[in-house]
Design a protein around this ligand. Structure first.
Ligand SMILES: NC(=O)c1ccc[n+]([C@@H]2O[C@H](COP(=O)([O-])OP(=O)(O)OC[C@H]3O[C@@H](n4cnc5c(N)ncnc54)[C@H](O)[C@@H]3O)[C@@H](O)[C@H]2O)c1
Length: 283
């Protein structure tokens, strides 16, 4: 079989398609023959898209309007858009990186997908160890509807804290949400996975350089091949996870870091990310 990814004529939605990993993902999907619908609050300049909608994931009306115009059946959803927190407050960072995706999944994806449907989020290596913090994440996972999610975020009482402190929490939440929804949707034949990128050369790189103490440190702490990843090197695993080739893979938080995580798992490097949810900011 030659076309083992089987994206031809599939209806797919990609958030964050204007830049970085989302743009590389949308580009690859166009090349593979999918009907690609892009969502971003910036203009998406890519040839071959079926549609490109300007929408702010932090605004419910924008999401509702965007989905009102999207097809009634969606084969695959790629939740890529996200922010570092450096340009946003704490609550908005949580809302964009996690809350919007919970809302989109519950309100739109679950009713528009059927057997064979697939959802993949771009989380972050910053969200590893999410399984150790389930208790403190539970309230945000259970929050229901847009207003419920907004209230659960407000109830944390953290909005006076810097936005970057919400980044790790938002990525742990999306990983835990991936675990929850993959179990809930399995009986309907819908898969849910996530890619956890290491430091990648994108529009967010300048923010992460500030948050992590400089570009040199970003490079030193990227993959074991000692360079930042390219957006395509994150997009391709993401495209794979939502493809026919990955049809028995669900619930996977796939770390894409050229093996770097193993230094921590083998005890050769301190696990700087194994801290309570407010203790670390970075990619
Ligand atoms: N770059 C890295 O080192 C790195 C590492 C780990 C994870 N990530 C994750 O990768 C994802 C993609 O980011 P990127 O690195 O490609 O950065 P990027 O800035 O190049 O792309 C992000 C895109 O998301 C869009 N976006 C941001 N907020 C939005 C909103 N509220 N509504 C609609 N669109 C919005 C932006 O306009 C942009 O086009 C993010 O979720 C990020 O957390 C990035």
């Amino acid at each position: 079989m030659s076309d083992f990814l089987q994206y031809a004529d599939k209806t797919v939605v990609v958030t964050g398609a204007a830049s970085g990993i989302g743009k590389a993902t949308a580009q690859r999907l166009v090349e593979l023959g999918a009907e690609v619908h892009a969502l971003d609050y910036a203009p998406t300049e890519l040839v071959g898209l079926a549609s490109a909608t300007r929408a702010n994931l932090g605004v419910r009306e924008d999401i509702d309007q965007a989905f009102a115009a999207l097809p009634a059946h969606i084969d695959a959803f790629f939740g890529v858009a996200g922010v570092s927190g450096l340009q946003h407050d704490y609550n908005t960072t949580l809302l964009i990186n996690y809350g919007s995706y919970k809302y989109i999944s519950k309100t739109y994806l679950e009713s528009r997908m059927s057997d064979g449907g697939a959802i993949a989020y771009v989380s972050s290596i910053g969200g590893i160890n999410w399984e150790r913090y389930q208790e403190e994440l539970e309230g945000l996972i259970q929050a229901d509807g847009w207003d419920g999610i907004v209230k659960a975020i407000e109830d944390l009482g953290m909005n006076d804290q810097p936005g970057p402190l919400a980044y790790v929490l938002s990525k742990r939440l999306i990983n835990l949400f991936t675990a929850h929804t993959s179990t809930e949707l399995a009986a309907r034949g819908i898969r849910v996975n996530a890619v956890l990128p290491t430091n990648t050369e994108t529009g967010l790189t300048p923010d992460f350089a500030v948050m992590r103490g400089g570009r040199e440190l970003l490079e030193a702490n990227a993959g074991l091949n000692n360079r930042l990843a390219t957006p395509e090197e994150m997009a391709d695993p993401l495209v794979f996870l939502n493809s026919h080739a990955a049809r028995y893979i669900s619930g996977q938080p796939l770390v894409v870091d050229f093996g770097a995580r193993n230094l921590q798992l083998l005890g050769r490097k301190e696990d700087g990310l194994d801290r309570p949810m407010l203790g670390n900011a970075g990619a």
